[in-house]
Ligand binder design. Structure first.
Ligand code: NDP
Length: 240
């Protein structure tokens, strides 16, 4: 059953990647009015991402290996990111007057339940980690990549949010840091981070999640680039 669930997740990644070539998820700058009822942006983020914190902990706590050191460290890595995404990031948004479609929020909520289950179940039940895993090359390299990715992701998110003064809702061209070369270094950092987590946990669930993240964020970054070039004729053409 677990392997089938992983294949379903992989299939969802492929379907999403194809779908997102035609439709850009309608939130943020790509928001549309015709996607049904809306929810306040920041509460939408909290609701959408909350299973990645709370449901993950529930599944983890029920696991047979929950009290072992390596699963616990992997739990901490996961929560390190998702506590930021769920309970800190939404309240730092400058555009709290904006809304997101409830449909986007609920589809993200469903995805996060599924993804939290797959990853927590692997870590707390199926992963076979001895305590020496913590000094293995894979774990150390994975952690280095994870925290490098988080730094890129977090710093880019903060730079983007700080482009606006409190109450502003418009857009500006981000400058500096990795924005010199990339349109969405926050997305790049996210992909690097989950790649690191995949190496540190050597988990098929983390691998499938990383593939899903690429399938989701690469088309969105391309949509962002197209959007910038339409709105800002002076947007640097060389940014990827
Ligand atoms: P964006 O980069 O589109 O926006 C991040 C924040 O910065 C938003 O508040 C946005 O405002 C603001 N912002 C962005 N660009 C500008 C600009 N040029 N001028 C002023 N303000 C700007 O990210 P998303 O909203 O798509 O995603 C937020 C985070 O969630 C990202 O870090 C992403 O990595 C992560 N994420 C992860 C996913 C995954 O599959 N793992 C899926 C989706 C997101 P506004 O909302 O008004 O546009």
């Amino acid at each position: 059953m677990y392997n089938i669930a992983l294949i379903v997740m992989l299939a969802l990644a492929i379907i999403s990647f194809v779908y997102l070539q035609f439709i850009t998820a309608p939130y943020g700058r790509h928001a549309k009015q015709n996607w049904g009822p809306n929810i306040a942006n920041h509460w939408g983020w909290v609701l959408m991402e909350s299973p990645a914190v709370l449901f993950f902990i529930v599944i983890y706590a029920m696991g047979t290996n929950a009290l072992e050191i390596v699963p616990f460290v992997l739990l901490c890595l996961w929560q390190f990111h998702y506590i930021y995404r769920t309970f800190i990031f939404p309240f730092r948004l400058r555009s709290k007057t904006k809304k997101m479609p409830l449909a986007v929020c609920l589809s993200g909520f469903g995805f996060n339940c599924f993804n939290a289950f797959l990853n927590a179940y692997w870590i707390a039940n199926l992963g076979n980690y001895s305590a020496e895993w913590l000094v293995s090359a894979k774990f150390i390299l994975g952690c280095f990549i994870f925290f490098s990715g988080f730094y890129i992701h977090y710093h880019s998110d903060v730079m983007l949010m700080n482009l606006r003064k409190p109450g502003e809702t418009g857009y500006k061209i981000p400058q500096g840091f990795l924005f010199r070369w990339f349109v969405s270094p926050n997305y790049l950092g996210e992909v690097i981070m989950w790649t690191g987590f995949t190496i540190a946990s050597w988990s098929p669930a983390a691998l499938v999640f990383t593939v899903f993240t690429i399938a989701n964020l690469l088309p969105r970054s391309i949509s962002h680039k197209r959007w910038y070039r339409e709105k800002f004729p002076d947007f640097p053409k060389h940014r990827i």
